[in-house]
Design a protein around this ligand. Structure first.
Ligand SMILES: *Cc1c(COP(=O)(O)O)cnc(C)c1O
Length: 402
């Protein structure tokens, strides 16, 4: 564990696990051990590992052409953009390589909108405590978390933050310099904190009244994760701009910024660009992911399996109140708030060969592939039960009762 033993930057605390192969919801280590992958990267492998349609699509594209510059037309890029606009509020799409870049594009689009309307002073964006929008210089400023900002020089200007769910604070923070509101419909990294539908509707209303743009970060909550194509559909409101990534690539790295025609009106030729964004390999896979996620009945299946999780987790919470404090989330974007430090639950689950993802607020995220079956969900619940039994046997409350 010596820090110098790896040539890699020491930025990640890695678990000593080496996976060599994946299939559906399963990951296999070099030694042949089998793990149930309820992290899916972090909500990335939306169609599971080695989905035959995705594998076939990537292979066949690899034999045609890997890369084309955006100096030329890329038919699969246009096709994917058209499918995204037909299935959402958006009219326009810009493809990126990551979530943070999708947010960068969203931020630039909002600022340019007001600039192009003759109000360049309107560049401030209001965000919410607990947010996570990426790790670039602008997106750490947007996220506003001290632990990610520390040591990187002055925080980028133009990001104002208010407490989560606090409408009064929000209204007080809006000035004639405000360009947009930026929010995740469900905070992922912040601990699966669901923004109530009512609150999202209120944000839409405020934006309409004050001429602000509503930017949604659906990098984690999008592309079927909550049982709708995008999470904001549950609230019946639409944003002006939206950042997407993670699940849309099914494991191939790419993202997208979606916008209405009006919101994107300041993004004129030459004003923004990317070398790799919209690359043919990424676009082929993105189209294949949509073949899966937008197929008839797919999102309904996500909602059905979600119910199995919700019921099973609620029962486990009742049985193990000294282990599970709360269960929350939507669809297959679920969080278990632990009573003890969540790292202990994560370890206990890993011992049961179940992979989860840590988050803020002492929460573990369950983000299985959207293709998870009812039986695989029950298998996961059985493993959570076993881990909870282990932990409850060690818990101080239990010892005191005994
Ligand atoms: C992961 C994530 C990002 C950043 O995406 P990267 O691809 O890591 O840059 C931004 N916003 C949310 C909500 C995320 O979950």
């Amino acid at each position: 564990m010596a820090e110098s033993s790896t040539p890699l930057f020491n930025t990640f605390a890695r678990a000593p696990l080496r996976f060599e192969r994946g299939e559906g919801v399963w990951l296999y280590t070099e030694g042949g051990d089998k793990y149930l992958d309820f992290g899916a990267g972090v909500a990335v492998t939306s169609c599971g590992h080695s989905h035959p349609h995705l594998v076939e699509t990537l292979k066949s594209q690899a034999e045609k052409v890997w890369h084309l510059s955006n100096l030329y037309e890329i038919p699969d890029q246009e096709r994917l953009a058209r499918r995204l606009t037909e299935a959402t509020f958006a009219d326009k799409v810009f493809f990126t390589n990551s979530g943070a870049e999708a947010l960068e594009c969203a931020i630039k689009t909002a600022r340019r909108y007001h600039f192009s309307k003759g109000q360049p002073e309107r560049f401030h964006i209001i965000t919410f405590e607990g947010a996570f929008h990426g790790r670039t210089i602008a997106t750490i400023a947007a996220g506003g978390q001290a632990k990610y900002l520390e040591g990187f020089g002055p925080k980028a200007e133009g990001f104002d933050q208010v407490p989560f769910g606090d409408l009064d604070a929000l209204n007080a923070a809006i000035t004639d310099k405000t360009a947009a509101l930026l929010i995740e419909p469900i905070q992922g990294e912040g601990g699966i904190r669901v923004v109530p539908n009512e609150f999202l509707r209120e944000l839409r209303k405020i934006c309409d009244e004050k001429g602000l743009l509503l930017i949604l970060d659906e990098v984690q909550s999008g592309v079927g994760r909550t049982g709708r194509f995008f999470a904001h559909e549950w609230a019946g409101v639409t944003p002006d701009i939206m950042a997407v990534a993670k699940g849309i690539g099914g494991g191939f790295p790419f993202g997208a910024c979606l916008a209405t025609e009006e919101a994107a009106s300041g993004m004129v030729p030459g004003i923004h660009g990317t070398t790799y964004g919209g690359n043919p390999l990424a676009m082929a896979v993105g189209n294949a992911v949509l073949d899966v996620v937008l197929a008839d009945g797919f999102l309904e299946q996500v909602r059905d399996v979600s119910l199995i999780f919700r019921q099973g987790l609620a029962a486990l919470k009742d049985r193990f109140p000294d282990v599970i404090a709360d269960v929350r989330g939507e669809g297959l974007m679920l969080g278990i708030k632990a009573v003890q430090p969540s790292g202990e639950l994560l370890q206990a689950l890993r011992q049961e060969h179940l992979l989860t993802v840590p988050a803020g607020d002492n929460v573990l995220r369950l983000l299985p592939p959207l293709t998870v079956t009812a039986d695989e969900a029950r298998e996961g619940l059985r493993r959570i039960e076993q881990a909870a039994e282990q932990l409850t046997a060690q818990s101080p409350a239990k010892a005191a009762h005994a």
